[in-house]
Design a protein around this ligand. Sequence first.
Ligand SMILES: Nc1nc2c(c(=O)[nH]1)N[C@H]1C(S)=C(S)[C@@H](COP(=O)(O)OP(=O)(O)OC[C@H]3O[C@@H](n4cnc5c(N)ncnc54)[C@H](O)[C@@H]3O)O[C@H]1N2
Ligand code: MOO
Ligand code: MG
Length: 419
Amino acid sequence: MHFQRQTISVEEALRRLLAGLTPLQEEQVGIGEAHGRTLARDLAATCDMPPFDRSPLDGFAVRAADTAGATPDRPVRLRVLETVGAGQIPRQTVTAGTAVRIMTGAMMPPGADAVIMFEQTEQPGELLEWVGVKRPLRPGENISRRGEEIAAGTCVAQAGTRINAGTLAVLATFGYAQVPVVRRPRVGLISTGTELLDVDQPLEPGKIRNSNAVMLSALIAEAGGIPVLCGRLPDDLALAKRHMAKCLEEVDLLVTSGGVSVGDFDVMAALADDPDVTLLFNRVAMRPGGPTTALLYRDKLVCALSGNPGACFLGAELFVRPVLRRLQGDREAGLRRIRATLAETYDKPCPYPRYLRGRLTEREGKLYVVPDHNDKAGNLATLGKSECFLIIPAGGRGKQAGETVDVIPHAAPDWRDEA
Ligand SMILES: Nc1nc2c(c(=O)[nH]1)N[C@H]1C(S)=C(S)[C@@H](COP(=O)(O)OP(=O)(O)OC[C@H]3O[C@@H](n4cnc5c(N)ncnc54)[C@H](O)[C@@H]3O)O[C@H]1N2
Ligand code: MOO
Ligand SMILES: [Mg+2]
């Protein structure tokens, strides 16, 4: 068994994982299916936005010069030529002494160079043949100019961007009914452990239900992958190899849980000696999840996470999520770190950096992180409440309340599985 292992940092482990990855192929999806997908190409504005000069208000389109000297007591009266609603094309030209009644979003009539809102005219709400303008306007006032926000040809969405509601609005505006996205990575999931029962099975002595598989499925889907459940494996090396090889044929990446430590039955650890395997790492300087392993099996990536639920969750967030983001072309795949003030002392010493689950709170403009003291690698009761990992550096006596620590927020879990 692999008692001698080279320990590498989390950053180095991530570097090794991402180094060999190239984004998967492009495919086209309808915009209705594009939410949560990742753009495969830069997309440009196909027209100016707005595409024509328009009114941002309900009011009157006028010539600013006509409104000089207007006051509430001495309004300037203009003759109203017509009414233009959004979507209509004005027929009249505004000339000296005239105005056009115009609605928000409607095209500006020729001749007009400003808009006055209803509220700044006499008798707003009444349909009259004239309008009394109660203040002077500057030329150009209250007009949204063609192309003022976005000029045609400008890049409006970049390759590698995760498509959210806002991106969808941009794509729709420019007529992208079909969207070029990166194919979603198919991720095989294998749970190792003779002790595992399915979720719907009654407990038996010495056994536990498989909680990692559904947790990992959800995390994979959140990161844009398609989880492919490849079943459970007893702790048998030959069987594990055969099963893994078969599963790998159908997927882009395999994620396993359990069997990475130095136990007699830790099958994933034993694979390190296999001639078909190139080991990327099998010990990371972190707690929990120190024995987290990554390897290439016949050139396909296998992330072998620790079986302990807390360590498995950490491994998935630190390593599997960035791998999936990179496979989808996200150039910034990696771990976003922020700094926060520790709200409660955590003074357990540890030879490696400790990645504690935590929650973020804000008080008087300052960001605090509250560590989860339910931090044994096998504990899972508080997983659902975790918002981030906070990092207690190696050695020393932990960190005192009030000290600053590095924090890795969980990626916003606003991506539900759309597979
Ligand atoms: N002598 C040593 N023993 C251990 C060491 C060590 O350095 N020397 N490291 C410990 C650490 S740290 C961890 S982490 C675990 C890693 O264990 P494995 O990844 O080999 O995982 P297993 O042994 O298969 O299981 C660990 C634990 O998790 C439970 N488990 C496994 N799979 C699931 C699942 N799908 N759902 C829920 N729970 C699961 C399993 O029953 C065990 O209790 O090794 C330590 N030992
Ligand atoms: O690396 Mo283990 O998950 O600390 O117990
Ligand atoms: Mg083990």
